[in-house]
Design a protein. Structure first.
Length: 218
């Protein structure tokens, strides 16, 4: 069994959620908030949403879309906002720009609806994260499998979802290590193709373990 030149270091992240002074009471205010809120707020309402609601495979995948539907009753706009796939973005700035563009286009085309008060306000929260190394590392594929077996949801989210921003690549920590350190490019692609929207964190993790098992015992 091949041993990697560099180990896979398992980590997790601890997040402090902080309420800001930015509040949206209608779609026009949401557009303004999307322009001026912090990157940590964009992260909280998109990437971090998948961690908080990791057990859901239905409904909208980000807080903006959910609020537009539930509080503003604008299903068309909500569907457009929900269609943004965070796997397509290498930066929060680009993700922010597309959210704001969609809201702006809707406000320009529907000025009266843009001014209507929502049933409840949208509060912009920030997620301040701190990386925490775990006392686990993997030098081989079997050791990676053993580590995955004991991984928490928070650690899995850190390596499989949030890692895309850190790597600045359209991949995740597991796939990156498999391809670059173990020369398992095919397995890396299979892992990266797992849909984060139709799977829970738990089912996605078990799918990866299954793929690794097949590689270990074809």
């Amino acid at each position: 069994m091949k041993k990697a030149e560099q180990p896979f270091q398992f980590k997790t992240a601890s997040y402090l959620t902080r309420i800001t002074n930015q509040v949206a009471t209608n779609l026009k205010r949401l557009r303004e908030g999307l322009e001026t809120c912090s990157d940590t707020s964009i992260f909280n309402h998109t990437f971090q949403t998948l961690s908080r609601h990791h057990f859901l495979t239905q409904g909208f995948s980000n807080d903006f879309a959910q609020w537009v539907l539930a509080a503003c009753n604008r299903p068309e706009l909500a569907e457009h906002l929900a269609s943004l796939d965070i796997r397509d973005y290498l930066s929060l700035a680009a993700l922010r720009a597309d959210f704001r563009r969609l809201v702006s286009e809707y406000c320009e085309q529907n000025p009266q609806q843009a001014e209507q008060s929502a049933f409840e306000p949208f509060y912009f929260y920030e997620a301040i994260g701190v990386e925490v190394p775990l006392q686990m590392e993997a030098w081989t594929l079997r050791e990676l499998r053993d580590g995955l077996q004991n991984l928490s949801h928070a650690a899995f989210h850190f390596h499989f979802i949030a890692s895309r921003l850190r790597l600045q690549l359209r991949t995740n920590d597991f796939s990156f290590w498999l391809a670059s350190c173990l020369d398992l490019a095919t397995l890396a692609r299979r892992v990266n193709r797992i849909d984060i929207y139709t799977n829970t964190l738990e089912s996605a993790l078990h799918t990866i373990i299954g793929l690794v098992d097949r590689e270990l015992d074809p």
